[in-house]
Design a protein around this ligand. Structure first.
Ligand code: PEP
Length: 251
């Protein structure tokens, strides 16, 4: 059996409006598993982090950032300071989401800088690694995932690597309604774990949680979570409704 604590993460992206945020957290916050059974996280816009942290206090939901800048602070108008996130009490942030890589030109080097900025500020990075191609018989897309994982961990020492999570998120599955089959998702997550093992050690790879993301729903979550190398899920669309997200949490 897996020793790693299951992880269920919501990524609200830029969808929820201000009047939805507090009712959402109030709906779920008393219905969550204990942290040793499963960790539940919500990644939200920086607009909402402060009130969310406030309303989540004393509950088992982790409030996280969707993105941040790689400078600690400074003259970077419109960007989100990882140091400020940390001082607010944020302990997790996504880095390198496929939408950031695709629409905002975040290359693997920028994502690595964000990883370092987060770690420097005591925030645990959740790095998303994607596939750009529809799965083919060639292994180009597979190599792309591996290269993103290697780039994400560049100059990260083992003690910091242990704080990270990697999400396998095939771009063709994100927001498309097409979930990867449990077998395809397992294949990607196993490859990521193997890559971590070859960078560090099998022992370290055994402790790092690897997530799957891409159109996960309350119907598909169970088979995904049953896979040996899938420790959790990152959920976009199906996390926008608190009751649907609760179903997913209690799969
Ligand atoms: C995501 O944004 O990380 C994601 C997986 O989105 P969706 O569940 O909508 O595919």
């Amino acid at each position: 059996a897996k020793q790693r604590v299951p992880f269920i993460g919501a990524n609200w992206k830029m969808y929820l409006m201000p009047d939805q945020v507090i009712p959402y957290i109030e709906t779920i916050k008393d219905q969550l598993p204990s942290p040793d059974q499963a960790e539940v996280m919500i990644a939200a816009s920086p607009l909402y982090l402060w009130p969310l942290l406030d309303h989540a206090k004393g509950s088992n939901v982790i409030i996280a950032a969707e993105n941040c800048d790689y400078h600690d602070t400074g003259a970077y108008t419109g960007e989100v300071s990882p140091k400020a996130l940390s001082e607010m009490g944020i302990t997790y942030s996504i880095a390198g989401h496929s939408e950031r890589r695709h629409y905002f030109d975040e290359d693997p080097e920028i994502v690595n800088k964000k990883v370092h900025a987060l770690l420097r500020n005591h925030i645990n990075p959740i790095v998303c690694c994607d596939e750009t191609l529809v799965r083919t018989e060639t292994d180009d897309d597979v190599h792309w995932v591996v290269s993103q994982v290697i780039a994400a961990f560049k100059n990260v020492d083992a003690s910091d690597a242990a704080k990270m999570m990697i999400a396998y998120e095939p771009r063709w599955a994100i927001g498309t309604g097409i979930t990867a089959s449990a077998e395809e998702a397992e294949e990607g997550c196993a490859l990521i774990r193997q890559t971590i093992s070859s960078i560090y050690s099998p022992a370290l790879a055994d402790t790092v949680r690897v997530l799957y993301g891409g159109s996960v729903t309350p119907k598909t979550v169970k088979a995904l979570m049953a896979q040996p190398d899938i420790d959790g899920v990152l959920v976009g669309s199906a996390s926008l409704d608190p009751n649907e997200f609760l179903k997913l949490i209690h799969y």
